[in-house]
Design a protein around this ligand. Structure first.
Ligand code: PAF
Length: 283
């Protein structure tokens, strides 16, 4: 039976434990989460355990990355079940600060990411998002001071934004991306999948299916613009409202005209009813 993880809720508690970890031989890994943990998060934890002696998981539903009309209030908060899953997985420390610890009265500083944060994908539809993510992740990295941080490729643009931010601010850690975990029917695991009705859940795997079909057509040599336009139309026929389906340079996320300008990442965001889903694959 794995040991009970330590729970730190204040910076003093966090510092006390991480100071001990830093006297040990071996590396410290951080997995940042907003809770509502699923098998995708636990895959990040298990990956971290293969790379580091100590694994710290942060749980914080970050208000600054939600717009007023988004789901901050209703975002699933499931600390007890999250903690049980982290305990079973053998995590060392859970960093679960309250909002007033992360954003005390008078808080007045934000990180404003550029580069992959302003390429017209998630940033176009959620303009507040990456500023909030970069700010909270910069704080989490500074608080925990891990040797590495593990992020899912499911939020591919976020992975690129955080990687750039950590390098640009000299935060001296490795940001490592881990492949997306999927349901057997291809749907990427997401804390927001719980919002889908049974009927929407049955349609949702089309997102991954269409991405795979688009990738196959690109490999066959079809023009990128035609492939993504057809893919978006197919998703609309399946009942999605598409925000974007784009073929981008896999590293910079810059728009590209042809497969020769790659490597290519296909990225999609689309709504089924009230639920917004994102996904991506390499070509
Ligand atoms: O991917 C998430 O869960 C969040 O955006 C993150 C990185 C934990 C920042 O709040």
């Amino acid at each position: 039976m794995p040991r009970q993880p330590i729970v730190a809720r204040t910076l003093a508690e966090l510092d006390r434990v991480t100071a001990c970890y830093r006297t040990e031989v071996g590396r410290i890994a951080l997995v940042t989460t907003m809770g509502a943990l699923h098998a995708g998060h636990l895959a990040l934890v298990r990956f971290a355990q293969t790379k580091a002696r100590r694994v710290i998981v942060s749980i914080f539903v970050n208000p600054t990355q939600f717009a007023p009309h988004e789901d901050f209030g209703s975002y699933p908060r499931t600390f007890e079940t999250d903690f049980a899953a982290l305990r079973a997985t053998g995590v060392d420390l859970v960093w679960a600060p309250k909002a007033e610890v992360m954003y005390p009265p008078g808080f007045a500083t934000r990180v404003a990411p550029e580069g992959p944060a302003v390429v017209g994908l998630e940033d176009k539809f959620r303009p507040h998002f990456f500023g909030g993510v970069a700010t909270v992740v910069a704080k989490l990295f500074t608080q925990v001071r891990p040797h590495m941080a593990i992020f899912g490729e499911k939020d591919y643009q976020q992975l690129k934004v955080v990687t750039r931010m950590a390098a640009d601010l000299d935060l001296r850690l490795d940001v490592i991306g881990v492949p997306t975990v999927r349901e057997p029917d291809g749907l990427a695991l997401s804390s927001r999948n719980v919002y889908l009705s049974a009927e929407e859940r049955a349609r949702a795997p089309a997102l991954h299916r269409v991405l795979r079909e688009c990738a196959a057509r690109i490999v066959e040599g079809k023009p990128l613009a035609a492939v993504t336009t057809d893919g978006a139309a197919e998703l609309e026929r399946t009942g999605f409202v598409v925000d974007y389906l784009a073929a981008r340079h896999a590293e910079t996320l810059a728009p590209i005209d042809s497969a020769a300008d790659g490597p290519i990442r296909l990225l999609v965001a689309a709504r089924l009813g009230k639920t917004r889903l994102i996904d991506n694959i390499g070509v």
